[in-house]
Design a protein around this ligand. Structure first.
Ligand SMILES: [Zn+2]
Length: 216
């Protein structure tokens, strides 16, 4: 993919994030990494997602130097880079402020894999990471630690979520599934006791997704 295509991917993802109700206003931020060059294409700080154009996307190297773009990059650039450092398998990061996932984070609660789609593409559960102020290096360290090496999402206490994927399409699907599952979990808790899926069955679903699901 060309640099222009990566920029367009970030622009389109911002609109999707807004339209799916995963964030409001200018909050949240997104990036993709070009696995060949290692360059990271990130959304600009505080701009309306409907108005962002490909030229507004900022290109960063691994050390947070701006290599292309005139805009100020997202204030969470430290966090995006920290995630790419710790997860070579990840090429897209979507950070959002959705309601139900944030409710869990406000209560310091983890989100278990209570549905099949979640078990398959997100992990066995996602955890609520340790609090740090937005825009800090410490937040990046806490988020990367909370994400771990296997799971594709993490809750940021009193803040939102961060979801990842091998590409932007996957990271957006993870964001959607995490928020939907958080909503189901909260509703299930409000009328009874959610029945959890056994670790063995979660593993079986993950193996199935990896090896058999979809078109051949
Ligand atoms: Zn945020």
């Amino acid at each position: 993919m060309t640099g222009k295509r990566y920029k367009e991917t970030v622009v389109a993802a911002g609109v999707t994030m807004l339209e799916e109700g995963l964030t409001v206003g200018t909050w949240g931020n997104i990036s993709v990494r070009d696995p060949e060059t290692g360059l990271v294409y990130i959304s600009p700080s505080g701009m309306d997602y409907r108005e962002i154009e490909p030229n507004d996307i900022v290109v960063l190297d691994n050390d947070l130097n701006i290599v292309d773009g005139a805009r100020v990059p997202s204030i969470e650039k430290e966090t995006h880079i920290a995630v790419y450092h710790s997860r070579p398998d990840v090429n897209a990061v979507v950070h959002t402020h959705p309601i139900y996932s944030t409710v869990l984070g406000v209560n310091g609660m983890d989100l278990p894999a209570i549905s099949e789609d979640f078990a398959q593409i997100v992990g066995d559960k996602i955890i609520c990471s340790i609090y740090a102020l937005p825009g800090t290096k410490e937040l990046g360290q806490n988020v990367a630690a909370g994400l771990g090496k296997e799971r594709n999402a993490v809750l940021l206490p009193n803040h939102g979520t961060l979801c990842v994927g091998e590409d932007m399409k996957t990271a957006l699907t993870v964001s959607h599934v995490v928020e939907k599952t958080a909503q189901i979990y909260i509703l299930a808790l409000s009328i009874g006791t959610p029945q959890l899926i056994s670790a063995e069955d979660i593993k079986a679903m993950q193996d199935y997704k990896k090896n058999k699901y979809g078109q051949r």
